[in-house]
Unconditional design. Sequence first.
Length: 233
Amino acid sequence: MSSQQNKTEKQKERNEENTEIREMGTLELESGRSRGGIQLLTIVGEIEGHDTVSGNTKATKYEHLLPRLAQAEDDEETRGILILLNTLGGDVEAGLAIAEMIASLSKPTVSLVLGGSHSIGGPLAVSADYSFIVPTGTMIVHPVRSTGMFIGVIQSYRNMEKTQDRIARFIASHSRITQERLLELMLDSTQLVKDVGTMLEGEEAVREGLIDEVGGISQAFAKLHELMEERKK
C-alpha cells in the first residue's frame, strides 16, 4: 500500500471514530494501543428516556447505549469496558435499565465520575465492577421526584417510595454503603437549598462507601487492565 493510500485509510478511520463519538458517545480503542480491546462509553448530560429532551440539551440516549452494551458483551475482541460519567441525572427507568445492563455484563467494567454523577447517575456510577471519582467530582443523592402530572393519592406516593427503594437497593448492593445510610443522605434537609438530599465530593463519596476510590483516567485504565488480566487467568 502506498504512503498516500495509508494516509487516506487513516483519515477515514479517524472520521469514523469522530462520527462514533459525536453520534453515540462511544469509541472502541484499538488493541495495539490499549493492550486489549476496550470499549469506551460516555454517559453525559441528561439521561434521556421515553421522552425526547430539548434539542439544546446534551443527552445520553438509552436506546443507543443498550445495543452497544449488548454488542460489547457478545464481542470476543472486547475484553473490558470503561465508562466516563458527567451527568445531572434524568429518566429513572432509563437510568436503571442502563445500570442493570452494565452490572450484568461478564466483561470487566470500570467507571470514572468526572464533574458529577447526580441523581440516577448514582446507580450508573456504582454499576461497574470498580468505580473512581476525580477529587473535584460530585455525587448528589436525593429522593425520587415527580415530573409532569401527579395524582395526589396514597397509591402515587407508594409507587414513588417503591421506585426510591429500587434505586437505594441497587446502589447498596453494588457499593459499600448501606441502604439505611443512603436513605439518611437522601433525606438530609440541611445541605441543599430548597431541596432535600446530600452532595458528596470525591473523598466524601469514597468515605461513605458510595465510590471505591478517588482517581483519574490513568488509575481507571490501570484498574481495568488489572481486572482484564485477572479475567484472562
